[in-house]
Each structure stands twice: as C-alpha cells, then as structure tokens.
Design a protein around this ligand. Structure first.
Ligand code: CO8
Length: 261
C-alpha cells in the first residue's frame, strides 16, 4: 500500500500496521486518519488477511495522541465536534472489523493513542509502555471514544481516576486495571502479538466474526437481548461448512481445515 505515516506489512495471514511519524511520536494527524481508513478497508475486504496487529515505530511511542498542532488550529466548537466525530467513526469501524485486531503497545499510548488501542480487541504492552488520557492537561477531554470505552472496560471509578488526573499509568498497573491483557519484555512484544494474531487467523473466520459481534453488540444491551443475539450468532455459525469440518476433524483426530464459509 502507498502510505506515508503508516507501514503495511503482511506475514502469512497477519497484517502488521506500524504508526510511523517520528517527528511527533506517531501522533494522529488527518493524513494518518485517511491512511488508517484505507487500511481498515483493505483488512475488511482482503481474504488473505485473517488478523491485524497495530504497533508504533521506534521504542518510545505507540501513538502519543491526536496531533496537538492540528487541535490548536481548530477555531470553533463545531470544528472540535467534527474532528471528534471523524475519529470516533473511524475507531468504530476499526472496532467493527470482522477480524481480530491486536494492539502491540510499545511505548507511550496517550490520549487518542490509547483510544486507538481501546478500539482494538486485545492489547499487549511492553513493560516500558505508559498509558493514559492526559487531555485534561490541555483543557480537553478524550474525544475518540475514551470516556465510553475506558469506563466500560475498567469501571467508572478507575476511568474517572485516569481521565480526571490525566496521569499515565505503567504497563503493570494497566494490566492490574484490565486495560491490557498481557505485559511483555519490550523485545518480545511484537513477536508475541504476531504469534497470537497468527493463531487467531487460523480459526474459523465466520465463527470468529460472530463471536466478536456477539460480545460487542451484547455488551451494548441487556443480558436477555445479548443471549438472544448469542443464540442467533450460534445458529449462523452452526450452519457453516467450517462447523461441519470442525466437528468432523475432531472425530478424525486431525486439525480442521477452515475455509471461511
Ligand atoms: N501531537 C503533536 N506533536 C507531539 C505530540 C502530539 N500528541 N506528542 C509529542 N509530540 C512532539 C513534540 O512536540 C516533540 O516535537 P519537537 O521535537 O518538534 O519539539 C516531539 O514529538 C517529541 O516529544 P517530546 O519532546 O515532548 O518528548 P518527551 O520525551 O519529552 O515527552 C511525551 C514524551 C510525554 C509523550 C510528550 O511528548 C507528551 O506529553 N506528548 C503529548 C501527549 C498528549 O497530551 N496526548 C494527548 C493529545 S490530545 C488527544 O489525543 C485528544 C484525542 C481526542 C481528540 C478529539 C478531537 C477534537
């Protein structure tokens, strides 16, 4: 792909996309958003991609937030709203991808950078990483879904601690809080994220997409409606060729060969 601020690589069925804007610690400017939109389209439509890993270039930052220079240039409240909605819509599309997305947080994930990671399915962090929502220190609040996703993920009180104080937390604390699923030595982070992505990319794609749908949409509703959605997704998975293959392979004591239908 022809990209300036992102690097696209593919290893087998895993796409690895690296945020790379070294002069601004990989901060998200409009150009990066446009490129991320193209990456999301590609991942959704490309059958050779089964999982996506997002990471940051260099050792210092995953993504240090929205580009503060661009925010400074906004003159009206409506311009702030438009920018927030654009980011929210893009991160919603990322979250909505039918394929698993893993954030490999290699350094600072601040503001929009943490909000980006929160829109991923699974977060691995380097032991040296720092995460936070420091917008309050700019006289702002998180605007790319952070107030909503963080509170849902770690609870209202802990989310308020992070958002009100603006203080970043260490990777170990992020693990305790449930912001990340795993903390690894920096040198092993990407390899471990890619390893998990490769494993997930071999699962039955329709079942994986349906599990993701049931979890996401279920969390947005009550238990009864969620269970009803689960039963529906379960029945769709049960009608796939991959389901027949999975059960046949079980009794034949061999690995299943999934085809995505
Ligand atoms: N935007 C633009 N440039 C940045 C950003 C950023 N978010 N972060 C770092 N940079 C630049 C610095 O200006 C600096 O540039 P230069 O070398 O030209 O001076 C370069 O990157 C290196 O940064 P530092 O010299 O500051 O490096 P340090 O090691 O001293 O500090 C930090 C590293 C702690 C990560 C520090 O750079 C920092 O605090 N960065 C800003 C973090 C931040 O506040 N992020 C939140 C931004 S706001 C946001 O994300 C809102 C999201 C919702 C928007 C909704 C739309 C309205």
């Amino acid at each position: 792909m022809d990209l300036k601020n992102l690097i696209w690589e593919q290893e087998g069925r895993v796409a690895i996309v690296t945020f790379s804007r070294p002069k601004a610690l990989n901060a998200l400017n409009e150009e990066t958003f446009n490129e991320l939109a193209r990456v999301i389209d590609r991942v959704e439509s490309d059958d050779t991609v089964g999982a996506l890993v997002l990471t940051g270039a260099g050792e210092k930052a995953f993504v240090a937030g929205a580009d503060i220079g661009e925010l400074q240039a906004l003159e009206t409240s409506m311009a702030f709203v438009a920018k927030a909605r654009r980011g929210q819509n893009l991160f919603a599309r990322l979250e909505d991808l039918s394929k698993p997305v893993i954030a490999a947080i290699n350094g600072f994930a601040l503001g929009g950078g943490l909000e980006l990671a929160l829109a991923c399915d699974i977060r691995f962090a380097a032991d040296s990483a720092r995460m936070g929502l420091p917008e309050i220190n700019l006289g702002l609040i998180p605007g790319y879904g952070g107030t909503q996703r963080l509170a849902r993920l770690i609870g209202e009180g802990q989310a308020k601690m992070l958002i009100f104080s603006g203080k970043p937390v260490t990777a170990t604390r992020a693990l305790e809080l449930g912001i990340v699923e795993n903390v690894l030595p920096a040198g092993e982070l990407l390899a471990e994220a890619k390893k998990l992505a490769a494993e997930l990319a071999e699962k039955a794609p329709v079942a994986l997409a349906l599990a993701k749908r049931a979890i996401h949409d279920g969390l947005a509703t009550d238990m009864g409606t969620g269970c009803s959605l689960e039963a529906h997704c379960f029945s769709v998975a049960g009608g796939t060729e991959d389901c027949k293959e999975g059960m046949k392979a079980f009794f034949e004591k061999r690995p299943a060969q999934f085809k995505g239908r």
